[in-house]
Design a protein. Sequence first.
Length: 201
Amino acid sequence: MMIIKTTLFAVLAMASAASFAEKNADDEKMPAAPAAVVELNAQETVYNFANNVIGSIRDKDEGTTSFDAIKPHLDSMVAYSSVVKGVMGDYSKAANKNQKKTFLLAFRQSLIDTFAQGFEIFVDYEISLSELQDENSSKTNTIVYLDMKSPEGEVYKIALTMYYQEKNKKWRMLNAILNGVNLGILFRNQYQQLVAEAEGN
């Protein structure tokens, strides 16, 4: 299973943004990789994303870090500004512009580092789209399931919650479920606990 070693905001942010995605979908200011000419569906987007991330780690030059190798793929996949607003919630209203920008940049770096560390494990794994289907799938929201098969034959399940960003005509990732563990619920609860312990600071 993917190792999550960086700040809890990295994965929490993806999951917490689901309820904020539609109203904040146009608030995208981070640099992104060039958009594909052919519009892909959610399944194709997720499958290509996973393969591109793993391929970039596997084929990177000796002097290139995994972080730098996968950064373009994460920048193209994650709507950072929307996600950060979802994570901050009501605290976003009280934060000034500089505070929001600082948090956004820190979140972006943490998220990319998390994926770099996690996907290094899957370099030799076989990726395939699972037969599982999202029963509540719509034209703008769906869950895509992946099977990650190790050389020994052990299969790890990954589910990515996706939403369609109309402005850029692209699917974006909101949440991840790894082998039945919903990272959104897990880290959202921990985040709320940390905020309570810090008395809202």
